[in-house]
Design a binder for this molecule. Structure first.
Ligand code: PXL
Length: 282
């Protein structure tokens, strides 16, 4: 059975991080091996939350896994709570990243033009280092801007222009050119307007493929959708699907879950009804 290491936090509410990645990887028929970076009462966009940081436990778990002699077909890193945790993640890669291991780094740092609580200049520099080592990165548009130094607010003023997607493709190409390996860049949450209607899409660029998917936008960004998306991409690529197939699978899984949560007016921080659609990943 294929095996994927999941380095991410465990949040009680928000349907994100390990709470999203474990069910997705499991239903796709692979072993999910969680390495929790922190345990939180809820994700950090709730008004108040408690965070139990596990930074100093990361190497202990990594080293015990090393002693077991286990190997991974995939490694997926998501939310990292500090620059120190990124250093521990680099140690994890030194131990487990080998030929044939697909490493997906989701550079979780912010969304909709805002940065999360853990963000700092130093965090960004370390995250740039980490993403260079990945086979696949899945930044949302905010994170892609941070990684390339593009001004998010300025970029989105071009939303209605015909070359908007081309601009983002160029950002993908710039990110790829910085990587240490042939990297696939998947930018999520690309919103644009066509004839007064808003669409949300994802753009992927690899050596062989350029993929752009798009669906009508409900106007609301829900917690955990980026994590669910990255989990499906990781699982699909480890299984050997193409980037196009992986993106289609992720969209087919998420679109209805998002639309349903939108219709029911669920508070965005609580996340979407993904559980009802897990069977689409079987
Ligand atoms: O979904 C990204 C994410 C993951 N983990 C934690 C978060 C967030 C986004 O806010 O706070 C703890």
């Amino acid at each position: 059975m294929k095996r994927i290491a999941l380095i991410n936090d465990l949040s009680g509410f928000g349907k994100c991080s390990l709470g999203a990645a474990i069910p997705v990887i499991s239903v796709m028929g692979m072993q999910a091996c969680p390495l929790p970076t922190a345990v939180l009462s809820s994700q950090t966009e709730f008004e108040s939350y408690y965070c139990h940081d596990l930074t100093d436990k990361m190497d202990m778990i990594t080293d015990q896994w090393g002693k077991l002699g286990v190997r991974f077909d995939g490694i997926y890193s998501g939310y990292l709570a500090s620059s120190k945790q990124i250093q521990h993640m680099l140690h994890f890669l030194d131990c487990f990243q080998e030929e044939g291991t697909l490493y997906l780094a989701d550079p979780v740092m912010g969304d909709r033009g805002f940065t999360y609580d853990m963000f700092s200049r130093e965090f960004l520099d370390r995250m740039k280092e980490l993403t260079k080592r990945a086979d696949v990165i899945t930044p949302n548009l905010t994170e892609a801007c941070l990684l390339t130094g593009v001004d998010y607010e300025e970029l989105i003023t071009h939303r209605q222009e015909p070359d908007y997607i081309e601009r983002i493709r160029e950002m993908c190409q710039e990110l790829r050119s910085k990587a240490e390996r042939k990297q696939t860049v998947v930018v999520t949450g690309v919103i644009r307007e066509k004839q007064g209607v808003e669409y949300i899409g994802n753009i992927a660029l690899s050596d062989e493929e350029f993929v752009h998917t798009e669906n009508p936008y409900t106007g609301k960004g829900f917690s955990g959708t980026g994590d669910l998306f990255a989990s499906v991409i990781c699982g699909s690529l480890v299984k050997g699907l193409s980037v196009q197939e992986a993106m289609e699978k992720a969209v087919c899984f998420l679109q209805d879950a998002i639309e349903e949560a939108s219709r029911e007016d669920i508070p965005a921080v609580h996340g979407v009804y993904f559980e009802k659609y897990l069977s689409r990943l079987l």
